[in-house]
Ligand binder design. Structure first.
Ligand code: PEP
Ligand code: MG
Length: 599
């Protein structure tokens, strides 16, 4: 108990503290923290209500209690049937909290006296309860705090609606701190208001990290317990270049980071000068630099960063944060806009890659033990042909407005690829019958992100027009390392010899069959690795638009002959660390500060 109090006092004095995590999106930002927990009631927005609205707020509160009671009784019944009465009785304690007259009266009085919205009144009253319980020196009662938290979370959800995230209506600039953020939480963020974020968990290729880069928000993940160390309103600095977070910075730290922020802005504008220069080596070997996008709104940023195409348009975000499915017409409009705005450059539209760390509110997909190995991506689309066809028809129709290509994610064998192509042919037949125009020769590619696909790429290459190596997943599947788990992030090695050999195999098989081979994973965002990939013979590198200028600069600093030599030698090492060391030794002379900068 004493220990806990000591920690609290330490926090409130606001001593400066440095936390180190994984940098996932570049840039530096400082500001006030907004801490989000699913059970966090400090971040519930406070709204003033007029005298006339008070009865309505009380009614909302009572209605939420009734609905929560019904939810609990439903869960209790289900549990009782599934695992027995004695386990389901733990919910009796929850019901008692809901019936606690003094709690209910307290909330109603707060609404009336403070003239605030019901959820805010409830959140401040419930916090008094947490506090009182945590002070009691009785282990059993202390444990009841988690029951109260659970029940309180349910009441709040019933009051504000699950989809009404505190991120949706921010009124001032904040640094978001959370245990975890889902890609859909991130997608909901207002980029003007959320200036940076930091989370306890996550890795560099989690979709939350990818979203941060796409939105150009500095971010650090894998910080372990940042969400416990920080309080809403604390002053905080996020350094997304180096993966550090400074809590309660003093004047000296603030000035140092303001300097770092300025340096980053200057470096970015320096690199932006390369925008219109070609991505060629010093001996004129060209490579296509394309961008990965999640939203059509990113196109100005794609062009501003000098991309000459979109190598991966992740369409899942179309399906997120909504309760219905996007129609063919809606998708057609979006794909047509992207195709037309990028014309004559090509745009690779990836079919729905649901699953893994991306879940859709509109689809009742059952929870799985191993979501990354489960019913996802092309597996899901081949089972839900209706959803797949709607998307393919939209892509086909949009293909007359620009240079579009379609791509299937998570192909693990030739049968899946053939089935997907059959469905595409069915869509073409339908459109022909309906006299709707489309490109009958729409190029089709397979993502190579599963080792079985890489090792059978000789067969797959005969039935597609291109390959795009999805290294984010290829690394996770080849090395058996969950890409979002920060505890094993040290094992997630892009330069592992197994990865380099798989990539080489795919490039050789693609080229033997006269198709182009690109990469669209995050690893190519590292300048040294981009040179290595180029030496292995990759034709296109597609990554976050933000990282492209740096890669272009690296490419323009080296001769192709050197890249090939680097690739040949890199393939001979036995560990990923040796490869990294070799890249540093060999390339620092050419790439200079590009090798030592943070991301
Ligand atoms: C990949 O797996 O490398 C990839 C680009 O796709 P995603 O990150 O969306 O899984
Ligand atoms: Mg993938």
């Amino acid at each position: 108990m004493r220990k806990k109090l000591a920690k609290k006092q330490n926090q409130s004095t606001g001593e400066m503290k440095k936390l180190v995590g994984i940098p996932v999106s570049p840039g530096v930002a400082s500001g006030k923290a907004l801490v989000l927990h699913s059970e966090d009631f400090r971040s519930i927005p406070k709204e003033k209500v007029g005298a006339g609205q008070i009865p309505q707020e009380i009614a909302r509160f009572e209605d939420a209690l009734t609905r929560t009671r019904a939810d609990i009784l439903g869960i209790r019944k289900k549990l009782s049937e599934e695992i027995g009465r004695e386990h389901s009785d733990i919910f009796m304690a929850h019901l008692l909290v809901l019936e606690d007259r003094s709690l209910i009266e307290d909330v109603i009085t707060t609404i009336k006296e403070k003239r605030v919205n019901a959820e805010y009144a409830f959140s401040i009253v419930i916090q008094k309860y947490f506090h009182a319980f945590s002070q009691i020196d009785d282990e059993y009662l202390k444990e009841r705090v988690s029951d109260i938290r659970d029940i309180a979370r349910r009441v709040i959800e019933n009051l504000i609606g699950k989809e009404k995230s505190p991120l949706a209506n921010l009124t001032e600039k904040v640094v978001v701190i959370a245990h975890d953020l889902s890609p859909s939480d991130t997608a909901m963020m207002d980029k003007e208001k959320v200036i940076a974020f930091a989370t306890d968990i996550g890795g560099p290729t989690s979709h939350t990290a990818i979203m941060a880069r796409s939105m150009e928000i500095p971010a650090v993940v894998g910080l372990d317990h940042v969400s416990q160390d920080v309080q809403t309103g604390d002053s905080i600095i996020i350094d997304g270049n180096h993966g550090t977070v400074i809590l309660h910075p003093d004047a000296k730290a603030l000035s140092a980071y303001a300097h770092e922020e300025q340096r980053f802005i200057e470096l970015t504008s320096e690199l932006d000068k390369l925008r219109n220069l070609p991505a060629v080596t010093t001996d004129d070997h060209p490579i296509e630099l394309a961008a990965n996008i999640e939203f059509p709104e990113e196109i100005p940023s794609v062009l501003a960063h000098g991309a000459t195409g979109i190598g991966l348009y992740r369409t899942e975000y179309f399906y997120m944060n909504r309760t219905d499915l996007p129609t063919e017409e809606e998708q057609y409009d979006a794909y047509r806009t992207v195709a037309a705005k990028m014309k004559p450059f090509s745009v690779v539209i990836r079919s729905l890659d649901l699953g893994g760390d991306k879940f859709l509110s509109s689809l009742e997909v059952p929870h799985e033990m191993n979501p990354f190995l489960g019913w996802r991506a092309i597996r899901f689309c081949l089972a839900r042909v209706d959803i797949f066809k709607t998307q393919l028809r939209a892509v086909l129709r949009a293909s007359v407005h620009g240079n579009l290509k379609a791509m299937y994610p998570m192909i693990s064998n030739l049968t899946e690829l053939r089935r997907a192509n059959e469905i595409l042919e069915e869509c073409k037949k339908e459109l022909k019958k309906e006299k709707k125009p489309f490109n009958p020769n729409l190029p089709v590619g397979a993502m190579i992100e599963i080792p079985s696909a890489a090792l059978t790429s000789d067969a797959l290459a005969k039935e597609v027009d291109f390959f795009s190596i999805g290294t984010n997943d290829l690394i996770q599947y080849a090395l058996a390392v969950d890409r979002v788990n920060e505890k094993i992030a040290y094992l997630y090695e892009p330069t592992h010899p197994a990865i380099l050999r798989l990539i080489q195999e795919v490039i050789i098989n693609g080229h033997k069959n006269k198709i182009w081979v690109g990469t669209c994973g995050e690893m190519s965002g590292d300048p040294g690795i981009a040179v290595l990939l180029m030496g292995l013979g990759i034709d296109q590198i597609s990554t976050s638009p933000l990282l492209l200028p740096k890669i272009k600069k690296a490419i323009r600093l080296v001769p192709f002959e050197l890249a090939k030599e680097v690739a040949t030698k890199a393939l001979k090492f036995s560990t990923g660390t040796e490869v990294q060391k070799f890249l540093r030794t060999k390339l620092t002379r050419f790439l200079k500060e590009l090798m030592t900068e943070g991301i």
